[in-house]
Design a protein around this ligand. Sequence first.
Ligand code: 13P
Length: 292
Amino acid sequence: MIIPMHILLEDAKKNGYAVAAPNVFNRETIEAAFMAGKELKSPVVLDVHPVHGIYECAEIVRFYEKRYPEVAAALNLDHGSGYKVVVNAIHAGFSSVMIDRSTCPYRQNVDEVKEIAKIAHAVGISVEAELGHVGQGNEYEETRDSGLTRLEEALPFIEETDADCLAVAVGTSHGVYKGEPKIDFELLKVLAEQIPVPLVLHGGSGTGDENLQKSIRHGISKINLNTDLNEGGIAAIKEACDKGFTRILKGKNDDEMKAARMNLQMVFAEGAKGWKEKLEYYMKLFGSVNRI
Ligand code: 13P
């Protein structure tokens, strides 16, 4: 069932685990996320980036929501860049929206998040905002320190905007890190102590299992994942290609066996399998198994 994201994150915050938020982008990844949730009895946040089609993904999610009614999931817009795209996501049926104005001046970020929160809350939809800025891994060494969330801004930001959760910049980065990830656990700890809403960690990939688990212990309730899941899918496709991708099918008679030719459906299926295995690995690491 698709439910507002704050319900999932508040349970995670209360019980000391984190919900995995994979970037889903097509039928295969959406079904794989539901299947992982069902098999592990884990909540999941389906994060859809605008480039992957808000209306298209919402339709696919509605289809699989009916097929996997036992899975508690949120459908969240990832990195909504402004009013129009966020309102489109609300219109498309998302249960949560991120309005990311983290590169704007503080006052503009506050004003835009506040406006969206008013609209979203009127129809029962959760809001994620970002304060400080989580940058890109390829410029990690240059940008890591300049974007960290400032404690003195965080509390007034939440009070004024009424956002339901906050993405914080504490040393993670999107994509592949250039250099070693260095998390500011002291900053994270005080942010978690002072901010009443659940905290979100963007850039989960490549951060390292220990760093992620320690982040959860220090107050993170949702971890966004994209790159590592994609790499899991690509590795599975490569492995299948190396093996020649043959699959033995039973013919009409039991003794009649034939090798199936490699086709595109098989490539997509292998990719989704590798992607799902990586997601399940992270669900276990984050302690979200058997929570639904
Ligand atoms: P990664 O690709 O580093 O996992 O980041 C994903 C993300 O934060 C999406 O919002």
